[in-house]
Design a protein around this ligand. Structure first.
Ligand code: MN
Ligand code: MN
Length: 465
């Protein structure tokens, strides 16, 4: 009989906190503090890109247009229409041997204002919204909401809006029925409890004092908007205004071991990969960090990952490295390795019935790798090759990083997707790799500080490989 045979042969997920000493705990908590401060400034894709550009420039990155030629060690970025961004640091290895890419997304589920949002009813003024991404509509009522985005006038003047975050700002909300009169509503299925068409935010209740005006409350709102932003009602048609929870990111639990915040899907992976990229010097393989947009609605459009803007960025790098030959871009992608950095569904003991405990990502047990996503019979999945999973495991193990390999819920229950398939279709080796989240897509999402730090360590180790 061999002693410790079980220990030698059996795989066991361990809670990362158990092997974290006081000094490491302090590092992890400090990292999360910076993360929460960043989140409070970067709640939308546009705000994230603004903050990311600041961070990149402070760390020696320059817009790719500022370079005539590139060489190893150069740090470049490209901002796509203020909503997505790519960064790269040129490695010493020939770029023909592929890139090391980490791709996340900086958009999150929310309520967008409709193009003609403003109306008045019984002396109350409202903005109509159109939800963006997969939400449980009832979660978005009766919480404080803020409005972020831009309004662009026909002459090109752009006005940035951020209202509801400052302590002195007013907030907005979507009202719901009182239980006393909700008998009918309560009989409905949860998914039909709140109509999409009723997700209207309450924005005012005071009339403008003009006896001849038809809609005095609406007029009063327009007057305020005109004084504050210089716009008229029609300018709302060329705006992108996002209604999001006005909550601040906070530490969660008596032990403060978790983070509660809006938009952690996928800003937790975007932030950790961005910060990891800032630590890179003298790397072998050219590193690329993608902060994409529109993932929550299928990655379409010119700021989504499906767009050729990314190919353009990599082509520009090749041009500026003076590397040009037919099909080189295809070759570069085919030899690339990628981590699709997106959050995983964390195992929730209250709703354990939707997960397979053997194959779930648990909070506090480190970064979660999904070999594949998809739904039911792996429909729509990008399934990472065993060889590539082994290559990643090797990096994680030699760097002593806690990780878990998981699936997104039980086989027949549902599923999900990320940007993984897009780069995999171009020929790269890709695996999904992110932080487990509770209450994903809710106004307030929960992550573990241990896993956040473990994501940062994973991304850094991948690029340094
Ligand atoms: Mn995501
Ligand atoms: Mn999502």
């Amino acid at each position: 009989m061999e002693e410790n045979l079980e220990k030698r042969l059996t795989y066991k997920k361990v809670n990362g906190w158990e092997t974290t000493d006081t000094r490491q705990k302090e590092t992890i908590f400090n990292f999360s503090k910076d993360y929460m401060n960043f989140l409070n400034k970067a709640k939308t894709e546009r705000e994230f890109v603004v903050e990311a550009v600041k961070m990149a420039r402070e760390n020696g990155y320059k817009d790719i247009s500022e370079f005539e030629h590139l060489e190893p060690g150069d740090k470049v970025y490209f901002v796509n229409r203020e909503k997505s961004m790519y960064l790269s640091i040129i490695g010493t290895e020939d770029i023909e041997n592929g890139l090391h890419i980490i791709g996340s997304h900086v958009d999150s589920p929310r309520l967008d204002l409709k193009p003609n949002p403003l109306y008045e009813d019984t002396d109350m003024a409202y903005f109509k919204t159109h939800y963006y991404g997969g939400i449980k509509k009832y979660q978005w009522t009766t919480i404080p909401l803020s409005i972020h985005g831009v309004m662009v006038k026909p002459n090109g003047e752009k006005i940035t809006v951020n209202i509801g975050e400052d302590e002195n700002d007013p907030i907005f909300t979507i009202t719901d029925l009182l239980p006393h009169l909700a008998q009918e509503q309560m009989e409905k299925k949860l998914k039909n409890g709140i109509d999409g068409e009723n997700l209207n935010i309450l924005i005012g209740g005071m009339p403008y004092s003009d006896e001849n005006a038809k809609e005095k409350v609406k007029l009063n709102i327009l007057n305020i908007l005109n004084q504050k932003y210089g716009i008229v009602e029609a300018d709302l048609q060329s705006s992108e205004l996002e209604v999001i929870p006005a909550f601040k990111a906070r530490s969660l639990g008596f032990d403060s071991s978790m983070v509660a915040a809006y938009g952690q899907d996928d800003k937790v992976c975007a932030y950790t990969s961005l910060v990891a990229m800032m630590t890179l010097e003298n790397i072998k393989n050219t590193a690329v960090c993608i902060l994409s947009d529109k993932e929550e609605i299928g990655s379409m459009g010119n700021t989504g990952m499906e767009s050729h803007m990314f190919d353009f960025f990599i082509s520009e790098i090749l041009n500026k490295l003076n590397k040009n030959k037919p099909n080189l871009l295809d070759k570069v992608f085919c030899f690339s390795k990628m981590l699709s950095a997106d959050v995983d569904a964390g195992f929730d003991p209250i709703y354990s019935q939707v997960s397979d405990k053997l194959n779930a990502g648990f909070l506090g047990k480190g970064i979660s790798l999904n070999k594949y996503t998809g739904a039911r019979g792996k429909s729509g999945a990008s399934d990472a090759n065993a060889e590539y999973v082994a290559w990643i495991r090797n990096i994680l193990e030699k760097n002593d990083i806690k990780y878990q390999i998981a699936e997104l819920g039980k086989v027949d229950i549902g599923g999900g997707g990320t940007i993984a398939y897009i780069l995999a279709n171009k020929g790269a080796d890709v695996i999904d790799c992110g932080v487990p989240v509770l209450s994903m897509h809710a106004p307030y999402e929960v992550t573990s500080k241990f896993d956040i730090y473990s994501a940062y360590e994973t991304y850094r180790a991948f690029w340094r490989e």
